[in-house]
Design a protein around this ligand. Structure first.
Ligand code: 13P
Length: 250
């Protein structure tokens, strides 16, 4: 495969500054010879602590969300300008926890995504179906809508700064992983969709990560699949013992 594997740790709402510093230091040292692309996405309050630790390493600095406006009267929100000021390079948008627990819709996610691109951030756009949607045979349809609406108005030239993360909601934090075959089928579908929207070259290049209970014992089988180009890891990203074997697979 010509695409470079991209393995990202979404730390969600975990860790104090001291704990985050310890984890980041361990990852910098243990992944220094890793041959894939890496990212950590700590909570907003931890970014300033983690930034100098990962600076100059092969680990990118990410955020888990951002506001849809540049600045202004938006109590409780964090702006793209503030993230850039801290050295953030990538932002995760449309995570299922944002979509389903905090009611973020495709239009809002699209607005955030375009703002992030305008400021030169890489975006990891998360998509994925609920269990009832999968059981109703609607997984592809849900993912198609989330991709099409999420990328609305994004020109082909910007696609190099987009990563898609397929995270079936029923597999997140549940210990239930999609089988490599089921995950690959959706990844292939999404890649084909990108081909329709942006052409075959863009489809061939786009990185599509899988997320949902990725662990050291299933990561290699998932990433062996043709269309699975990396992982967005939650629970297993919180300890070097579980993240490093995933990150160094292959
Ligand atoms: P888990 O790996 O804990 O299932 O979380 C996946 C996820 O939501 C990453 O964004």
């Amino acid at each position: 495969m010509s695409r470079t594997y991209y393995i990202a740790g979404n730390w969600k709402m975990h860790k104090t500054r001291a704990e985050a510093a310890e984890l980041a230091k361990a990852l910098v040292s243990q992944l220094k010879d890793g041959k894939h692309r890496y990212l950590v996405a700590p909570s907003f309050t931890l970014i300033e602590t983690v930034a100098p630790i990962v600076k100059g390493s092969n680990i990118r600095l990410g955020a888990q969300n951002m506001a849809c406006e540049e600045q202004g009267a938006h109590t409780g929100e964090v702006s793209v300008l503030q993230l850039k000021d801290l050295g953030v390079q990538t932002v995760i948008l449309g995570h299922s926890e944002r979509r389903h627990n905090y009611r973020e819709d495709d239009a809002l996610i699209n607005k955030k995504l375009k703002l992030a691109l305008k400021h030169g951030l890489e975006v990891i756009l998360c998509i994925g179906e609920l269990l009832e949607e999968r059981e109703a045979g609607k997984a592809e349809q849900v993912c198609e809508t989330q991709v099409v609406k999420g990328l609305e108005g994004v020109p082909a030239a910007e696609l190099a700064n987009i990563v898609i993360a397929y995270e079936p909601v029923w597999a997140i934090g549940t210990g239930k992983t999609a089988t490599p075959e089921d995950a690959d089928a959706i990844h292939a579908f999404v890649r084909k969709l990108i081909g329709k929207l942006y052409g075959t070259d863009a489809a061939e290049k786009i990185i599509i990560q899988y997320g949902g209970s990725v662990k050291p014992d299933n990561a290699a089988q998932l990433m062996a699949k043709e269309n699975i180009d990396g992982a967005l890891v939650g629970g297993a990203a919180l300890k070097p013992d579980t993240f490093v074997p995933i990150a160094l697979f292959g």
